[in-house]
Design a protein around this ligand. Structure first.
Ligand SMILES: [Ca+2]
Ligand SMILES: [Ca+2]
Length: 314
């Protein structure tokens, strides 16, 4: 018997019509999604009053000016002036002295690309501090075509194609987030090396007042290394939570989305359980040796007995 026939038999035609009226339908999702601001050039003039159109600086300012959560995506063209790749260094790994410009839309057509990292990338080099992020935003490096997140449990096969490079930014942090519920993912952030500078700072806008920045996430980013993940490109600090006078931001997740899926936590034997450690799972910590544990328990029993009954012979 079909479901609709069973409904009609059990509850009559009216109920069936009500169920049909309540049948779920797909809404036009795009109408409800926050608008995305596109980064279409790596150029930067350091000017918050008149930024380069299509720059990351412009996108951050636009997202700030638009109340509510926004997304900043990347659609950088192959002909951008800071579209780079590693030339083959004829040696293991890649070499920073072999970075070259390309206009190729397809990395497989770059004949002398280093096989050890056969992916090109775009490098955004701010010439002054970027505007702070005071309004919830998602900055999504994975939006650049050809980017992909790591899928390995051990090792890393991520392809990150957007680099935020601080060597020309002066005394400046990379990204400063004072908003809550923001997400930064799929970015390479490096070389914000001025004293006390950090790749990402999450703090509140006014150290002495205002709400804490909370529930922010940094996922799948390379901080302080190059796009290949093999060459050190240090910031002075990596990710800094709070400044030195305010309290720390709350519920910040770094390197995880916190949903428990696809993550490896050290295994801990549940209390009062004989469950064995699953194969391949690292220990949470070493359990105390059984002998030592028994000695400690015997000592405790003897102490209690003395306390209750006095020493033998008393
Ligand atoms: Ca906004
Ligand atoms: Ca090589």
């Amino acid at each position: 018997m079909s479901f609709s026939r069973w409904l009609r038999k059990e509850f009559g035609r009216t109920v069936l019509q009500t169920v049909r009226r309540c049948r779920p339908q797909l809404e036009a999702l795009e109408d409800r999604l926050a608008p995305a601001f596109l980064v279409t050039t790596t150029a930067d003039n350091g000017n918050n009053a008149a930024p380069v159109p299509g720059s990351l600086r412009q996108a951050i300012l636009d997202a700030e000016a638009n109340p509510g959560a926004d997304t900043i995506d990347f659609n950088l063209p192959a002909g951008d002036a800071r579209h780079f790749y590693y030339q083959d260094n004829s040696a293991p790994g890649v070499s920073p002295v072999n970075v070259a410009v390309t206009t190729a839309a397809d990395d497989s057509t770059i004949l002398d690309i280093d096989p050890d990292y056969a992916h090109s990338w775009w490098s955004i080099q701010p010439t002054a501090a970027l505007p702070p992020i005071n309004d919830t935003v998602t900055i999504d490096g994975y939006a650049q075509v050809g980017s992909s997140a790591n899928t390995l449990t051990v090792g890393d096969n991520a392809v990150l194609r957007i680099e935020l490079e601080g060597s020309s930014a002066g005394v400046a942090h990379g990204l400063v987030i004072t908003a809550s519920d923001s997400l930064v993912r799929g970015l390479v952030i490096n070389r914000f090396a001025a004293t006390d500078a950090a790749g990402i700072v999450i703090t509140k806008s006014n150290p002495s007042s205002g709400p804490e920045a909370s529930d922010n996430k940094v996922q799948g980013c390379y901080i302080g290394i190059d796009v290949s993940g093999t060459v050190a490109r240090p910031n002075f600090r990596g990710i800094q939570l709070a400044d030195f006078v305010s309290h720390g931001p709350q519920r910040t997740l770094i390197g995880t989305d916190g949903d428990g899926a696809g993550q490896r936590f050290p295994w801990r034997r549940p209390r009062h359980s004989n469950r064995r450690r699953p194969p391949g799972q690292p220990y949470w910590h070493r359990r105390p040796r059984r002998g030592r544990c028994r000695r400690a328990q015997r000592h405790l029993r003897q102490s209690r007995r003395r306390h209750l009954h006095g020493k033998p012979g008393d």
